[in-house]
Design a protein around this ligand. Structure first.
Ligand SMILES: [Zn+2]
Ligand SMILES: [Zn+2]
Length: 353
């Protein structure tokens, strides 16, 4: 099979021909239909985040079951998307519901081979059924950006009537707008410095805030009659943007740290937190049950991610590298997916329901 490999940190990706992976007991092989290209992959390529090498990147994956190992309740042709966190299900953290913190956990596309390939093998538990109503390219990106936004909003406790500011309007931002819309929030502000993205954000019904024009905190305060916003989702990884936005957090407000590249933030605990009972909350990944919930929201048409995937490229190292370069330098695209094999395998009819 064809796969795109990272062999050395900081190097370009490479095209490779590998043997088809074979599922063991309790595992499935999936013919990849689409794989999302994520900003995190740019970090892994650059050498941040202790990625196992060599590796096939790609953690936003959807496709068709090609082969199921012993004892698996999935059939060739079934439409599935991949939950990228592998957890043991037995340790203390797993049992308390925080599978992201599993002591034996691993991430598909970082610790083991991911979906920048024609075929992938994963534990059957990590293959989540995709309802017929949900296109596979949307299911693929829901496995990361939408799910991460969903998890962050859930942790934030955002309620009806509250206001939300999204710092950095990309794949996560689009998903956050859709999800927050279900909660009937009072106002959503989208902060970015790329004009095309601000225009897009306005098209989604948000109030755009141009980060290239002066102080973001000031702009947010002015737009809320000085009260500030209730919840901020930090997707930029930019300390100056985050710091400025923190000044515009309402009493009782929550700053949700989601971007993995925000590594320093200077705060005054009294002025910034205590005096206004603000909270800064870290958000890590999401859970399998949240993915099932999200796919059901999409099936019912409660969220619509048809505008989140703005481009597709072929399964070629050069093409994927170019997208990762763009993600590093800033891009007007929302989400790019690799189109691998979008149609179900011809000789493998879906099993009857
Ligand atoms: Zn991702
Ligand atoms: Zn565990």
């Amino acid at each position: 099979m064809h796969a795109i490999r990272l062999t050395r940190a900081g190097a370009r990706l490479q095209d490779a021909e590998l043997p088809d992976p074979i599922p063991g007991p309790g595992e499935v092989a999936i013919d990849v239909a689409y794989a999302g290209i994520c900003h995190s992959d740019a970090h892994y390529r650059a050498g941040a985040g202790r990625t196992r090498l060599p590796i096939t990147l790609g953690h936003e994956v959807a496709g068709f079951i090609a082969e199921a190992g012993e004892g698996v309740d999935l059939w060739p042709g079934d439409r599935v998307a991949v939950h990228y966190l592998i957890s043991c299900g037995e340790c203390g953290e797993c049992r308390r519901g925080g599978e992201q913190f599993c002591s034996r956990g691993a991430m598909i596309g970082k610790d083991r081979d991911g979906g920048y390939a024609q075929r992938i093998v994963v534990p059957a538990r990590n293959a989540v059924r995709v309802p017929e109503e949900v296109p596979l390219e949307q299911a693929a990106i829901m496995m990361c950006s939408t799910a991460t936004a969903f998890h962050a909003l859930r942790l934030s406790g955002l309620r009806q009537g509250e206001s939300l500011a999204i710092l950095g309007f990309g794949g996560l931002g689009v998903s956050a707008v859709q999800l927050a819309g279900m909660l009937d929030v009072s106002e959503i502000f989208a902060v970015d410095r790329v004009q095309e993205k601000l225009a897009l954000a306005a098209g989604f019904g948000t109030m755009p805030v141009d980060a290239s024009r002066g102080d973001i905190g000031e702009a947010l305060l002015q737009s809320t009659s000085g009260r500030g916003v209730d919840v901020i989702l930090e997707f930029t990884g930019n300390a100056a943007v985050c710091r400025s936005a923190l000044n515009a957090l309402a009493p009782g407000g929550r700053l949700m740290i989601v971007a993995i590249d925000l590594r320093s933030l200077t705060i005054d605990p009294y002025r910034d937190l205590l005096a206004r009972e603000r909270r800064i909350i870290g958000c890590s990944d999401h859970t399998r049950s949240e993915l099932v919930e999200l796919l059901d929201l999409a099936r019912r048409g409660e969220i619509d991610l048809s505008h989140a995937v703005t481009r597709s490229v072929q399964l070629k190292a050069e093409a994927v590298d170019a997208v990762l370069d763009e993600l590093e330098s800033g891009t007007a695209e929302l989400r790019t997916v690799i189109e691998v094999s979008p149609a179900p395998p011809a000789d493998e009819e879906p099993a009857p329901e």
